[in-house]
Structures are given as structure tokens and as C-alpha cells.
Design a protein around this ligand. Structure first.
Ligand code: ADP
Length: 432
């Protein structure tokens, strides 16, 4: 028998024994009275302890666990132990939570936890500042109710959040935010926001600087080039050295003019105020023009072929598409030795996307260079690029134009065998 039951039976056992003794000495009636009185005392004892327990339960946070006697002493002591343990655990949790709060408050980024319906569960002070929230008042509110920018609402509705969203015109005036969502747990999402106002300002300054310098250089370059050409045409220029010097000056000023033109083109494409001028572009027709231009650049040294497998056009800027496609065709010619073959293709893919591609049988590109080709001034072979009149900006321009048309620029290449550069346009760009 367990210790509890042994101790529980001690009182009734002795009461019974004493009652039997009373019976033997004084008869049944006094014995029954004695037994009943004993039971009443025990009942009162239990009720008193129960009352103490009830009193403690009415406010367990503030009151001490009662001490009790006998069996109750053990029970209260166990309860006391459990309560102390719970208190300790609660203190540990509170300390951990405080540390978490302090750490997230010190984070240089805004953090907010959103539930499956985009309701705010929690946010740190920086997120409050970025989105104009109040962590307590707005808890449980839908974030899109407070931050209503259409691009932000669209971003939240998306299922893939690989790219961050740049958010301008926030509720906080001229604040520019880089916002990223991270999915975790059961349909929960972590909203991370970073203030990039300063970076944006520097980026705008850089862009303006390059645009201004290029613009300022244009006039002097045109003047110098004009004089060089005039001098070259002078009939009494007999000295060989002067002729050679003028020829080199002419080549270099033309190169600088191309550079300035490409830099200005890039600035124009980067300028957010310069919205895409959309029209229906007849790509099949454009391809014919590109073929003609390609034949002129190639000077008959390559075989150029056209494969227009579809007649669908594109909604976009004819000038920009001409420039991007033209850049790819010119590159194919420049990086393909004489005798090589170049194929221009326009086709519809199985999913309805449209693809323009230029395939060449040229020198190809080693795989480690491919991810960096669209960086400004990145060249695999500097001297070849220069010799063929390259500026190192062509593919950067192509990438920008692709981005403005939500198109993807793909490069497949094998060194020594040739390359295929393609631009894939999404369904919404189809110009039926
Ligand atoms: P560049 O004026 O130097 O041609 P681009 O931006 O047009 O500048 O191209 C960047 C680099 O990519 C080139 O320097 C060249 O090394 C490589 N490249 C571009 N197109 C091709 C191609 N069709 N075949 C091989 N290499 C290419």
C-alpha cells in the first residue's frame, strides 16, 4: 500500500479502535456519538484546508501557497514546488522575450510577422516607423489596409518573393524602402524592410553625374571630330605622319562618340521618368531590317539567315527593341570569324511566350564569364572588343531594354563553338 493510503487510514483506524474501546466500556450509544464526533472533527479539518486552497486559488499570483497539516501538508508542498518551478520558467521566458525584443529593436531593418491573411501579429519599432504602424493598436490589422501602395499589395499577393520590392511614396513621405517577404512556418510571413533612401540618392547622383558628363562631352567631341574630318579632306596634306595621326585621332574621337552615345542611351533607359513608349511592333518586319543592317556590318564575310517562325508582334518600344536586337546581331557578327553563320529567329514557345534569338558559330564564351556579361564595361577579351569598335556597354543596354519589357535575356554558349543570345517576352507583351 502506498505511503499516502497508509497515512490516510491512520486517523479512521485509531478512531474506530477508540470507538470500540468506548463501546466495550460505556456501551453502543456513547461509542456511536464518539465516532460521529471524530468524523465531524476530521471533516472540519478537511474543509478548513479546502477553504485555504480555495482562497489561494482566487489569486495564485499574489498569495502564498497554504502550509496545511498532515496529508494536506504534502499536497500543498507539492503545489508550492510546481508553482515555484512555473514562476521560474515564466521568468526565464520573460527574460528571453525581453532579449528578443531588445535584439529586434536593435536590428537595422524593420521586421513584422504576418499571418496567413496578412494580418500583423507583431512588428519591431523600425517596421512601425517604415510603414507608419503602431505595434499595439494595429495588431491584427491587415497590413494592406495600412500600407496601400498597389505594387506592395501585388507583391504580397505573389507566391514567390525571390526579388525584393523597392517601395517609394510610402506614408512616410520621401522614404524609399527595400521590402522582402520570407515565408516560414504554417503560412506565416516575415516582412523585412530596409531604408534605402540614402542609397537611392547616391544612385541618382551617380546616374545624373554620368548623364551630365556624357552630355557635356558630346559637343566638344563633335567639334573635334568635325575638324579632324576637315583636316583629313585637305588636299595639300602630304606628310605621311600627319595623315596617320589624323586617321588615329579620327578613330579615337569616333570611339569616344560611341561611348558617349551608349552612356546617354543607358542613362535614358535608367531614368524612371522616361516611361516606356508602347506601341504594336511588327517584329517580322523589324527582323528584315536587322538582316539588311547585319549584312552591311558583316560586309559579306558571314552567312546571315532569317527564321521567322511566327507573325505575332510585341507591345513595346520599336526604337528600343530595334536597338536591343541590333546590338545582339552586331555582337554575333563581331565575335564570329569570317565564314561563320548567324541565324536570327523569331518564334512562339509552347507556353505562348515569344522568343527572339541570335545564334552564331563564333568564338563562344567560357561559362564563368556568362553571368557577368551584362555588367557595364565587362569584356571577355578587351582587345577584340576594342578592335571591333565595342564600347563594353552593348549588353548592359540590351539587359535594360529587356527589363523595361519584362523580358528575360538568356545566354547559351560554348567556347569555340558559338553562342545563342535570346530575349523571351511574357504573354502580356504579345501584340496580336
Ligand atoms: P562589347 O562592346 O565589348 O561587345 P557588350 O556589352 O556588347 O560589349 O558585350 C560584352 C562582352 O560579351 C563582349 O566584350 C564579349 O566578350 C562578349 N560577347 C558578347 N556577345 C558575344 C558573342 N555573340 N559571342 C561571343 N562573345 C560575346
Amino acid at each position: 500500500m502506498s505511503d499516502f493510503w497508509q497515512r490516510a487510514f491512520v486517523y479512521p483506524f485509531f478512531l474506530l479502535l477508540l470507538s470500540l474501546l468506548v463501546w466495550a466500556v460505556a456501551g453502543a450509544m456513547p461509542a456511536a456519538l464518539f465516532f460521529g464526533f471524530g468524523i465531524l472533527i476530521r471533516l472540519f479539518f478537511h474543509l478548513r484546508n479546502l477553504a485555504q486552497l480555495d482562497h489561494w486559488l482566487s489569486n495564485p499570483e499574489k498569495l502564498h501557497v497554504p502550509e496545511g497539516k498532515g496529508l494536506w501538508e504534502d499536497a500543498f508542498s507539492q503545489l508550492n514546488k510546481i508553482t515555484r518551478l512555473q514562476l521560474k520558467e515564466r521568468e526565464q521566458h520573460a527574460a528571453a522575450l525581453l532579449q528578443m525584443k531588445q535584439a529586434t529593436s536593435a536590428l537595422p531593418e524593420g521586421v513584422a510577422i504576418l499571418d496567413e491573411a496578412d494580418r500583423i501579429e507583431w512588428c519591431n519599432p523600425l517596421a512601425e516607423r517604415h510603414f507608419g504602424l503602431d505595434g499595439v493598436r494595429d495588431r491584427g490589422q491587415q497590413i494592406t489596409y495600412l500600407a496601400r501602395q498597389p505594387e506592395f499589395v501585388r507583391y504580397l499577393a505573389m507566391k514567390s518573393f525571390t526579388e525584393p520590392l523597392i517601395l517609394r511614396d510610402t506614408r512616410q513621405g520621401d522614404l524609399v524602402l527595400s521590402v522582402k517577404l520570407i515565408a516560414y512556418g504554417d503560412n506565416k510571413r516575415l516582412l523585412i524592410s530596409r531604408d534605402i533612401t540614402h542609397l537611392e540618392r547616391i544612385e541618382t547622383m551617380r546616374r545624373d553625374f554620368v548623364a551630365n558628363v556624357s552630355h557635356e562631352l558630346r559637343t566638344p567631341l563633335t567639334v573635334v571630330n568635325g575638324f579632324v574630318e576637315t583636316l583629313q579632306d585637305m588636299p595639300n596634306l602630304e606628310n605621311d605622319m600627319s595623315r596617320r595621326a589624323l586617321q588615329l585621332m579620327g578613330e579615337q574621337t569616333s570611339r569616344m562618340e560611341s561611348l558617349v552615345d551608349d552612356l546617354l542611351t543607358l542613362s535614358r533607359l535608367e531614368n524612371e521618368q522616361n516611361a516606356l513608349h508602347e506601341e504594336k511592333v511588327d517584329i517580322a518586319g523589324l527582323l528584315k531590317v536587322l538582316l539588311e543592317e547585319g549584312l552591311t556590318v558583316s560586309k559579306g564575310q558571314h552567312q546571315l539567315r532569317l527564321e521567322a517562325a511566327c507573325k505575332t508582334g510585341i507591345l513595346g518600344s520599336a526604337n528600343e527593341l530595334h536597338s536591343a536586337f541590333g546590338n545582339l546581331v552586331t555582337n554575333a557578327i563581331r565575335y564570329t570569324p569570317p565564314g561563320g553563320e548567324i541565324v536570327l529567329r523569331w518564334e512562339e514557345l509552347a507556353d505562348g511566350y515569344l522568343r527572339f534569338s541570335v545564334k552564331d558559330s563564333g568564338i563562344g564564351i567560357a561559362p564563368q564569364h556568362i553571368p557577368r556579361l551584362t555588367e557595364r564595361f565587362y569584356r571577355v577579351d578587351r582587345s577584340r572588343s576594342r578592335e571591333t569598335g565595342g564600347t563594353g556597354l552593348g549588353l548592359a543596354i540590351v539587359k535594360h531594354i529587356a527589363m523595361r519589357h519584362q523580358a528575360q535575356l538568356d545566354v547559351v554558349s560554348e567556347e569555340g563553338k558559338g553562342s545563342t543570345f535570346s530575349m523571351v517576352f511574357p504573354l502580356k507583351r504579345r501584340g496580336e
